[in-house]
Design a protein around this ligand. Sequence first.
Ligand code: NAD
Length: 262
Amino acid sequence: MKIADRTFIISGGASGLALAAARDLHSAGAYVSLLDLNEDNGSKIASELGDRARFFETDVSDTESIASAIKGTIEWVSQTQKDLGGVIAGAGVGLPGLIIDKKNEPLSMSSIDFVLNINLRGTLDLIRQALPYMTKGTPDGPDGERGVIIMIASSAAFDGQMGQVAYAASKGAVASLTLPLARDLSKYGIRAVTIAPAMFDSAMTKMMSGKVKQSLTKAMEFPKRAGQPEEFAKLVRTSIENQMLNGTVLRLDGAMRMPARL
Ligand SMILES: NC(=O)c1ccc[n+]([C@@H]2O[C@H](COP(=O)([O-])OP(=O)(O)OC[C@H]3O[C@@H](n4cnc5c(N)ncnc54)[C@H](O)[C@@H]3O)[C@@H](O)[C@H]2O)c1
């Protein structure tokens, strides 16, 4: 699908992987609507990108907050006349915790809910609320495409480590919903693709200790380093441009398989 002159809704677009994708799509002529909790970063980036960018302070775990960001985006689209081209559901969090800890305390429901509400519920809710507008877009190109939905899973969807039950559950669910989503949307000419990265440099991985990072880097086959956000952005661009990518989960991991423990 064509990127230039289409509007993309990008959650988590104020940082890391989703920000790199936003910058890349913007440089290819897209309009980007950045949805993020982080007001400071989001406003700064939107004003830096200029006329083809908007920022909406959004909490993807809150249905009303998404609704107001979608409303703002659609008002903007009606001014620019640049149809929605897709959603990139990039907002995500990690909160490690053993299912039962050394004191025999089970993982709290609040920490499980926190991760599932942002990574899974927030992803589905954002997509759900954007779709009624995407399905009404003008079909583009010989295949009559109306848009692409890109989700972010993780290596943890397949080989989650100790302490990752909630995170792995959220990412495994995102991987699992990719095919039924593509099937639901095929009649509208809308595709769904999930990217499952291994360790990439971002604000999320900056918080990891040196020991954790070293151990994950050791598990990489080749290249033996963290991925760069721009490498993630390249796969987002390919996922949008290549019509045959649909209903699939693409591992972007330098052949890394995470060990059980660090
Ligand atoms: N960096 C990695 O190594 C890696 C690996 C695999 C998967 N991922 C996934 O990639 C996605 C992006 O992560 P990242 O590494 O770029 O992290 P990041 O922390 O740099 O960016 C995440 C963004 O999401 C935003 N966010 C968090 N909670 C939110 C909420 N409730 N509503 C709206 N925005 C919210 C944050 O403010 C931040 O701007 C996440 O889903 C993460 O799980 C990252």
